[in-house]
Design a protein around this ligand. Structure first.
Ligand SMILES: Nc1nc2c(ncn2[C@@H]2O[C@H](COP(=O)(O)OP(=O)(O)OP(=O)(O)O)[C@@H](O)[C@H]2O)c(=O)[nH]1
Ligand SMILES: [Mg+2]
Length: 455
């Protein structure tokens, strides 16, 4: 069956100098010629911009530049045309209607990229990277998407697939020619190879948290016992009276979440209820939520009242956050200095400690710098490695790792090699699925539908 030729507006709605229409498919050139009349009436040449008119019969629609690019060295690997018209949406829609009238089909969102994928121009992670690139809102997300588009992640995954293939070949040989006395040596070798691949996969999985930060932002929760100034800090960072501040301990009950931009990275900042033992059911729920936020955070900003001694409650909270990255604030320094920095350092040896007075705007700049530093570190780390940013990749990698773990266990339990083989094949398939080799049609549809029209 001959493939249809798709058309779409590739630029966003709104006022601009030009708007671009894209055409892709076997009839791209004839479709262009059916609506386009070059000024000098000459034939449209391959890869050469031509000036002329879009006409519906005798009536003029727009004055445009048009180009025809012969496949397969095009984005979709098909014949492609582009029309640069004036950007009025009315004009662009008229041209699209005309193209459809002449036999073109309106493209679905992401259909150009889907064709590029189906024709082998891109693998699935690269196509997904393109979508990230289009929607990237920060410098870092942009860099990361470019890297994935360049095939950095795909390369890693292909390596893992190759290694798994080797293991599968080895198992097939062993099943075919079982030599009893070699068995133990073979087993050890297999175990070693599988473990190595598993480690590689685990490394990739571990990059997901920094990958997520790049895409969705850093999650920072503000924690501390009641009345230390958590809500005051949120308000100061947002430069607005977002949360209620009073001198009564236990003011904040619900968690409040807002978005900030620090060094080009979106930061989700969360104010929480002061953590303490309480009988009040509403406050109790607030404390429970505050504790839950710890798990979700990439960074905890812990406030202590620096004008009084460290209390039992502070120590208890320090236990709760000991596995998290944290920044410690000794707040209310305007009221006195009962805790010194060294003392705080003893309790939090790995965290920066900053003296603040939120009411007098002291120390806030340092806090922002510290958060910025953390972001930079993520940046530097992620630029060296292939980073998993996509939840689909993450889930599949986890499944692949589970399968490899099962295979190792099967070897250890002296299970027959067929069982080991099943587990390895399962891992192989999951990684192949990330790359789009064994992916089902409905999943493909879902992925490409998230694209914008005309891409
Ligand atoms: N002197 C002084 N007062 C502060 C400072 N920061 C906050 N406060 C005051 O401390 C009181 C409590 O502040 P909040 O921001 O409501 O404290 P919180 O930690 O959110 O309290 P809960 O929501 O009850 O857990 C308010 O009266 C603030 O004005 C500071 O640096 N210096
Ligand atoms: Mg509060």
């Amino acid at each position: 069956m001959k493939e249809n030729t798709i058309v779409a507006i590739a630029t966003p709605r709104g006022e601009a100098g030009i708007g671009v229409i894209r055409i892709s498919g076997p009839d791209a050139k004839s479709l262009l010629q059916s609506v386009f009349e070059p000024k000098n009436k000459k034939e449209v040449e391959n890869r050469r911009f031509t000036y002329g008119y879009i006409k519906d019969g005798d009536s003029l629609i727009d004055e445009v530049m048009a180009v025809f690019m012969k496949g397969p060295n095009t984005y979709t690997r098909e014949d492609v045309c582009e029309i640069q018209a004036h950007s009025s949406h009315v004009t662009l829609k008229k041209i699209i209607s005309l193209l459809i009238e002449k036999g073109g089909s309106l493209a679905e969102p992401g259909e150009f990229t889907k064709r590029a994928f189906l024709k082998g121009r891109l693998d699935l992670p690269q196509a997904e990277a393109l979508m990230d690139l289009i929607s990237s809102k920060t410098e870092l997300a942009h860099k990361q998407a470019l890297k994935q588009l360049g095939g950095f992640t795909s390369h890693k995954l292909n390596e893992a697939l190759e290694s798994l293939k080797e293991v599968l070949v080895q198992i097939a040989v062993l099943i075919e020619y079982p030599e009893e006395d070699l068995e133990d040596i073979n087993k050890e070798e297999l175990k070693e190879k599988i473990s190595l691949i598993k480690e590689e996969i685990k490394d990739l999985i571990d990059t997901f948290s920094s990958g997520r930060i790049l895409r969705e932002g850093l999650r920072v929760s503000i924690l501390g016992k009641p009345n230390v100034g958590k809500s005051s800090l949120l308000n100061a960072l947002l430069k607005e009276e977002r949360a209620i501040v009073t001198e009564t301990p236990g003011t904040t009950r619900d968690t409040i979440e807002e978005l900030l931009d620090i060094e080009g990275i979106p930061v989700r900042i969360m104010d929480t209820a002061g953590i303490r033992e309480t009988k009040n059911p509403v406050e109790k729920e607030g404390v429970k939520r505050a504790k839950e936020k710890i798990q979700e955070s990439d960074l905890v900003v812990l406030l202590l009242d620096g004008s009084v001694e460290i209390e039992k409650e502070d120590r208890e909270i320090s236990e709760l956050i000991k596995d998290k990255k944290s920044i410690i604030l000794l707040n209310k320094r305007d009221l006195g200095k009962a805790v010194n920095i060294e003392e705080a350092k003893l309790l939090f040896p790995d965290s920066p400690v900053i003296e603040t007075s939120i009411t007098e705007s002291m120390g806030l700049k340092e806090l922002l710098e510290e958060i910025g530093l953390m972001v930079e570190r993520e940046d530097a780390e992620s630029l060296e490695k292939a980073v998993i940013t996509n939840i689909r990749h993450y889930e599949l990698l986890k499944k692949a790792m589970d399968s490899l773990e099962d295979s190792l266990k099967a070897i250890k339990d002296n299970q027959p090699l067929d069982i080991v083989e099943i587990d390895i094949k399962e891992g192989f398939l999951r990684i192949g699925e990330i790359l789009g080799r064994t992916v089902k049609e409905d999943i493909l549809k879902e992925i490409f539908e998230r694209f914008c029209l005309g891409k």
